[in-house]
Design a protein around this ligand. Sequence first.
Ligand code: HEM
Length: 424
Amino acid sequence: MSGLESGIDGCPSHTTTAQAQLSDDFDAFTFLAEPHPVLTRARNEAPVFFDEATEHWVVTRYGTIKTMLADPETFSSVNALDPISPLDERVPQTLEVGGFGGRPFIVNLDGEAHGETKRIMAKVLHPRAVAAFEPRIRQLAQDMLGQLPTGEPFDFVDRFTLEFPALVIFEFLGLPAEVVREVTGWADARLELFFGSLPGDRQAHEAEGIVEFWKFIEDHIDAQTENPGDHFVGDLVRLMLDGEEDVTKNDIANYCWSFLFAGHETTTGQIGSMVRDMLLQREAWEAVVDDPTKISKAVEESLRMNTSVFNWRRRATREVDLDGITVPGGANLFLVYGSANRDADQFPDPDRFDVDREGLRKHLGLGFGAHFCVGAGLARLQLKIVLEELTALMPNLQLVPDAEQRYIDNVSFCGPRSLWLVDR
Ligand code: HEM
């Protein structure tokens, strides 16, 4: 998938007043800075409404979204990575010349092709491989957190959350740590290009960054064919060289790209939201400071409260009824996982960060069904280690009141881009 449109169809024939009002009040590119007020209204008043600006149907209730995720034939992933804003004509050209993509990414596939890609990914990203990685992740967290200042404010995103998950994925893929800043910049480029609304010249510039990123991955794979290392890329190169699986160099580059993007931005956002949300509802922070055995539960509750993959896309392959609304075949849909996770019918007192909540793991923060997150184990492990180390190191950590708050305008990924904290 080189980021080209896969076609749009399906507008509503009639709308209720509540739907029209929500369509006016919902701004798909900025709502993730403060998502909950408009979504709470939507769940109560018009749980499915059409967003005129992006021509997507917005689906907000837990039961409806879960049912959709259980039916991938009716709700295809073909549009998951379509650019949400029209692309400047220079972009497809740059990506094509740079050899970017070449085949669809896993999150974009349906049916057998999806199952086959997932099987191969799971072969290298299995629970044992993740568990074996724990000491290294902990060491990395301790080193980076140990450098945070005490007694003076610091931006936790700049000092920790942007780089930590990238470094973890780098080690997993066997990439050198020196280029981490550059790569996090390229990842932002892709996010803004495909999920945001950038002016044409910025799009053309970011496309060049993406091609550079792609080339960097290809060079790494080439270097591995001589002497494959003991990591994800090395494992895949061995599978390719042994002929054990039908894997090509382009496939490996494609998997690396999926991991770098799906594993970095998401975990960066989630660590930031987790720490912010727990400090905002301080009793949640105190609960795990007092009893660290509750940390795994706090991680699940964080994924429920504000998942970083907040809003994801599907396309209806036929006409369907969703919460009493007829959605035509071909329609593009936003499945707002972060709204489903605050549905009071599923999670009583949904705005409360409650580490002792019943049925914690029922959230959709890591998806559900065929496309459930491949990196869930690695994500959960990183979040757990960060919370363990941070609460032990800085139990008196606080939010800096009235500090600057930044977010990247985009339709899918949620999480702070600045988070000012102080350890007193
Ligand atoms: C807190 C961090 C993370 C969150 C919240 C998250 C969330 C998600 C969600 C919601 C999906 C499902 C998308 C859909 O419904 O189509 C997904 C899929 C995926 N995730 Fe994650 N993820 C995280 C971390 C990671 C990590 C660390 C990796 C890899 C190292 C990863 C790799 C993937 C891949 C490859 C898919 C596509 C799976 C498929 O299409 O079958 N994710 N993730």
